[in-house]
Structures are given as C-alpha cells and as structure tokens.
Design a protein around this ligand. Structure first.
Ligand SMILES: [Zn+2]
Length: 434
C-alpha cells in the first residue's frame, strides 16, 4: 500500500524544536508516518493539501499519566475528605464494573483526549488486556501498563508479561507499547518491586508507579521501616530516568531533591493533586534538581477533565502560588511539560514532542480565531493560559488524520458515547454518597 502524503498549511507553525523555531505562515509535510518538511509553505505541494486557515500547528500533546477507563467514574467522587478517596470511595465503585465496561470507558476517555489535542498517553489501570483494544482502536500513541499489587501479584505479573508479549517495549517499533506498572509504594512491597525491576531490565520496559500520592501511602511505607516513599524506591534502584513516578504530592524537600538527582521522570498532575489532596506537589524543586517533568491529566474522576491545555494552565497557576513567585513556571516551560519534556519523560523525545523532519507526524491544529484566544500577541502564553482542548480542530497521529474540522475521522463518537454512558449510568445509583 502506498503511504499517504499530506501538506498541512496553517497561519503559523510552532515547532518546539531546540531553537523554538516558528513559521508564519507555515507548512508541515507528512510522508507516511513521518514529517518530511517543516517550514514556510513551498511552491510545490505534495500529497493531499489540507488548508488549516486560522490555525496554529504544534506537536501533539503528551499526557504522561492517565487512566482512560476511569472516564466512567466522572462526577461520582466529589469533595471527598482527605484520606477517603481511594479506599472508601473509589475502590467500592471499581468492584462494580467488568472488563467490557472498562473497555467502553477507555474508548470514551481516548475520544476525549484525542479531540482535545492529546496524541500520546501513558495509560495504566486494571484489565489492561481489554483496555488495550480500545486504545489501539482510538489511534492514539500509547504506552500501557497493567497495575500490579501485592494482593494479586502472580496474576498481575502474568498480565504484565502478556502485555509485553503483545506490544513489545519499543516505542520506535510500535505505536502502542508496554510498560510495567506497579501500583504504588504502599501497595507494592519490596519482593514485588524486585520482580518488577527484573522484568523491566529483561524487557527494556519503563516502570510507572504512583509515588507519595496520599498520607496513608507515606505512613504505610514508613511503617515498613523506610524513611519515606522516595527512599524506599531508591533503595530498590527505582529512582532513575527510566522510571516515571506520578504525583509525589507528599514528598519532603529532601526526597524531592533525591528524585531530581536521580534524573527520575515525574508525572505532574496538578488538578488531581489539588482536588484529591488539596496539595501542590514539589515539582519545581524536583525539576530544579534534575527531574524530567511531564504533565498528566490523571483521571476524569479526579480532575474532572482530560484536557492538557487546562492542565498547563492549572500547573502554572498552582505552582506560582506554591512558589510565592509570579515569575515561576514561565509559559514556555509549561508548554514544554506537555510536549518535548513530556516526551522525554516517556523516553520518546527522539520520536515525538516537536515538529521536526524525520520525527513521527503527531501534529495538532489549534484554531486561534475565537475571542478567548485573541489577540494572538504571545502564542505560547495563549496556548497555555487561554486555549482550550475544544479549540483543537485537527489531529494527526503517525501521519494519520484522526480529527478534522473538530470531528473524529475514524471513531464513531456517537456510538462510543452511547456505549460508555450506558456503562456509566449503571454505576450512578450505586455511588457511595458523602
Ligand atoms: Zn494515577
């Protein structure tokens, strides 16, 4: 089959390459799954020409921490006192859904992410064998990890191995690939984490783990005799550039420095942390010490949206407050944390995160004509603080158009939402009240 070729023409192209090149107007040429040209429009146009009038092109956004199936639970766990969310509220709900409902929810979650300009996700949950089918169908680029717990370690490890067997661990070879996902530092003891480390070593997979997300987690790890959650991971050799730790909400300053010194990849989910824990993770400190930080939406039930534009804005606002410094977290850094730095956190900066010749063609078009993004004096500030996921009008992943004119091309949005809301509605009467 002949590879498709497209010429995308737009008012502006923000490459986010190392020089921060922009072109106004600009063009991105796609050959097959890759970018063959970025720059000013050329006289000769190759392939199908797509005019994206009024739009800025930028690299697709990279969401380094999400749980797509939890789309089902949006609105069922609101305003919960600190410490009660996971065990008292989430876990009972999770027992009520099976693999087919999770798959329906995951597909709806993918639809939400994709139409909001996210092109890569790091997704993790239970029943990932089933969820993987939904993620594959969506066309998103994704690294998938099955959540592992001490309470079901053998079955979990078998699932993790199966996911690795099915997708491999090499993002250059497969649009969907596998990671290894121990759930958290309290729910995974040293024996399981040693087996996780061995599996990751053997397969070349990245490790994804929740770190110091809640006070109960910190208390449980200390009760095991460790100084803290970060020290625990470090003792097992699990603070490293190939490990993506999510949250870090309750890390001490010393632990944040340690996470950074090891060059650990960090998933910063500011909305989720604010909503569930009323906290801002010490991500500025981690980043200054050397951590590679990407933004994550976490889940629809603790955010409550899966819009990385909103996450950039929230990260900026909360971290300025936390630092007591309005100059902290400049907009350019926040945009990097949703593109190039997020890609680096997932080990795929050589493939995506910027618009450059030879990279995979993950491109989004943001309509810059709406009143809330005009005037367009400062594109980066507008993208971070004014734009919304709903401003995304076109999305390409691996050179394939997945959204055009704000509508999904391959996915049947009506059917997906009908299936997923049906699965979600079955839960509503069973939600645990406040
Ligand atoms: Zn999470």
């Amino acid at each position: 089959m002949k590879a498709s070729s497209y010429t995308l023409l737009a008012d502006e192209v923000l490459t986010l390459d190392s020089r921060g090149m922009t072109y106004s107007p600009g063009a991105v040429v796609i050959e097959g799954d890759s970018i063959s040209y970025v720059g000013p429009p050329q006289a000769e146009k190759s392939g199908t020409v797509i005019h994206l009038d009024g739009c800025a092109l930028l690299p697709g956004l990279v969401d380094v921490h999400t749980h797509t199936p939890m789309w089902l639970f949006r609105g069922l766990t609101e305003d919960v006192p600190r410490g009660e969310w996971l065990q008292a509220r989430m876990r009972p709900l999770e027992t009520l859904v099976g693999p087919s409902e999770l798959r329906a929810g995951a597909l709806a979650g993918c639809l939400e992410l994709l139409t909001s300009g996210v092109t890569t996700i790091a997704d993790r949950y239970s029943e990932m064998g089933e969820v993987a089918g939904a993620v594959e169908e969506s066309g998103l680029r994704a690294v998938l990890a099955h959540s592992l717990y001490d309470s079901d370690a053998e079955r979990g490890l078998r699932e993790a191995e199966a996911l690795l067997g099915r997708f491999g661990a090499d993002p250059a070879r497969s649009r969907v690939w596998a990671g290894v996902g121990p759930h958290a530092t309290d729910s995974c003891g040293p024996d399981l984490l040693r087996r996780v480390a061995a599996l990751a070593e053997r397969s070349g997979a990245r490790i994804f783990i929740h770190l110091a997300q809640a006070e109960a987690e910190v208390a449980a790890v200390r009760a095991r005799g460790y100084a803290g959650c970060a020290a625990y991971l470090d003792e097992l050799g699990l603070l490293a550039p190939t490990v993506v730790v999510a949250h870090g909400t309750y890390l001490t300053d010393g632990e944040a420095d340690l996470v950074g010194r090891r060059g650990t990849a960090v998933a910063h989910c500011p909305s989720s942390n604010a909503k569930l824990e009323a906290r801002v993770a010490p991500v500025g400190r981690m980043r200054r010490s050397g951590a590679v930080v990407g933004l994550g939406t976490d889940a629809a039930c603790c955010n409550n949206g899966m819009d990385l534009f909103a996450e950039m804005r929230t990260a900026g606002l909360l971290n300025k407050v936390a630092a007591d410094d309005p100059a902290a977290f400049p907009a350019a850094d926040l945009l990097r944390m949703a593109t190039t730095e997020a890609a680096a956190a997932l080990g795929i900066a050589h493939l995506v995160g910027s618009l450059e010749t030879g990279k995979r063609a993950d491109v989004i078009a943001v309509d810059r004509r709406a009143p809330h993004v005009q005037p367009w004096h400062d594109p980066v500030a507008n993208l971070v603080y004014a734009a919304r996921g709903s401003d995304v009008s076109a999305v390409f992943v691996d050179g394939t158009p997945l959204v055009l004119d704000r509508r999904p091309v391959r996915l049947d949005a009506e059917r997906i939402l009908a299936d997923a809301t049906q699965a979600a509605h079955a839960l509503a009467p069973l939600a645990v009240g406040p």
